[in-house]
Write a protein that binds this ligand. Structure first.
Ligand code: ZN
Length: 391
């Protein structure tokens, strides 16, 4: 992906004579960035553009910064909208602060349907600190983002669709730091055996959200297997634990500046406190979580789990190997290792209950249709395996 990189714009040359930087108009984050031929807008849910510097009529530089100072996970999110009155090609330079170019730019004409920007358009510097690409504008707005914009509004639409599919309402578990609702699907409170699913602790991890959607649609679906599964098991599915972070276009944290997946057990944040209360209530009701899955994204498709799950033994490996022959085009690994931090959700759940718990990681650029198809198979095989257990 990395290619040699050259800034061949007028301003870079002009910098040599120390004039352009002084005169280049700059627009702080939140202010529409106007060039003579197009504008760059960041006033929408999920946007992150940073300071915009106009380098020429058709060229801007965006300084992409994380939501917090200090060390942060290297997942630089960007999202902005381009607008021009007439057909043109806009040149965008991204300059990353505190991270490296990671997400291939995606574009959309309506903010809903996305395509990857053509490879001929994108170059990044060898050290990953800069990226540059062209976007063709035809007079209509174009959204550009690190990943598809799967914001709380999109989740709301998915809740409605899934509630209809599953013939059950989505409920509100509680509020985020900003007071936004955190939703849950919960099918069968009478059952003492629980499948627990969590999504989107980390805002940019959109490929994991696609897997979460397909997985949850499968376990809440109307297949015979899913119906038998729900006759026995309670499903608690929390699709979006960090809505504030998603809306803010955060790289990693919630509104309180905390990585929620380093806060389990500590439970310092409103979002994780909801998890603590939920677990407490399950314990009080003598319920047993049988399986815990936390959906994320990373560079590859991988499942992270603990090495020595005791009850039942080898459950996760058995599950994944049952799914493997049915899955094509989705290479994946199971990485089992000792817990590096107790405050990661899967580690905390494992330590507290000794049950199978895994982080379901989908590759950043994994084909979304293939990720969805794989997640469906993983869900089917998990339901079958859990039904086979006597515990
Ligand atoms: Zn993550």
């Amino acid at each position: 992906m990395l290619q040699s990189f050259r800034f061949l714009n007028v301003c870079a040359v002009a910098l040599l004579i120390a004039s352009c930087a002084i005169n280049a108009p700059t627009f702080p984050a939140g202010e529409v960035c106007e060039t003579p031929s197009f504008s760059v807008i960041d006033s929408f849910s999920g946007a992150r553009r940073g300071t915009c510097t106009v380098l020429s009529d058709d060229h801007v530089r965006l300084d992409i910064l994380p939501e917090s100072s200090g060390k942060i996970n290297d997942s630089p999110w960007y999202a902005f909208k381009l607008s021009s009155n007439s057909p043109m090609t806009a040149k965008i330079s991204l300059r990353y602060h505190g991270g490296h170019h990671r997400y291939w730019p995606k574009v959309s004409n309506d903010g809903l349907r996305w395509t990857r920007l053509g490879s001929q358009h994108v170059v990044s510097s060898a050290n990953g600190r800069r990226a540059e690409f062209d976007v063709d504008l035809t007079g209509e707005p174009v959204w550009v983002a690190a990943q598809e914009l799967i914001t709380p509004t999109i989740y709301e639409a998915w809740y409605r669709k899934t509630a209809k599919l599953a013939d059950m309402p989505v409920m509100v578990l509680g509020d985020s730091t900003a007071g936004l609702p955190i939703h849950v699907f919960d099918n069968n409170a009478a059952s003492k055996e629980v499948l627990f699913l969590v999504g989107r602790q980390h805002p940019p991890e959109v490929s994991g959200a696609f897997a979460f959607f397909a997985f949850t649609e499968t376990v809440l679906g109307d297949s015979d297997l899913a119906q038998r599964f729900r006759d026995r098991f309670r499903i608690i599915a929390i699709p979006l634990l960090n809505p504030d972070g998603v809306i803010g276009g955060n790289w990693r944290n919630n509104l309180g500046g905390v990585d929620l997946n380093r806060d389990w057990g500590l439970f310092t944040q409103p979002e994780t406190q909801l998890m603590a209360e939920l677990l407490e209530n399950l314990d009080k009701g003598d319920s047993k979580i049988r399986m815990f899955l936390d959906f994320h994204s990373t560079k590859e498709n991988v499942f992270y789990a603990l090495p020595d799950v005791t009850h039942p033994p080898d459950f996760i490996a058995t599950w994944l190997e049952a799914a493997r022959p049915r899955i094509t085009g989705y290479p994946f690994e199971l990485t089992q290792g000792p817990a590096t931090s107790m405050a990661i959700a899967k580690n905390y759940i494992y330590e507290r209950y000794g049950i199978p718990a895994a982080t379901f990681e989908v590759g950043d650029e994994t084909d979304r249709g293939i990720a969805r198809a794989a997640a469906k198979v993983f869900a089917e095989e998990l339901m079958q395996l859990m039904l086979d257990q006597e515990y």
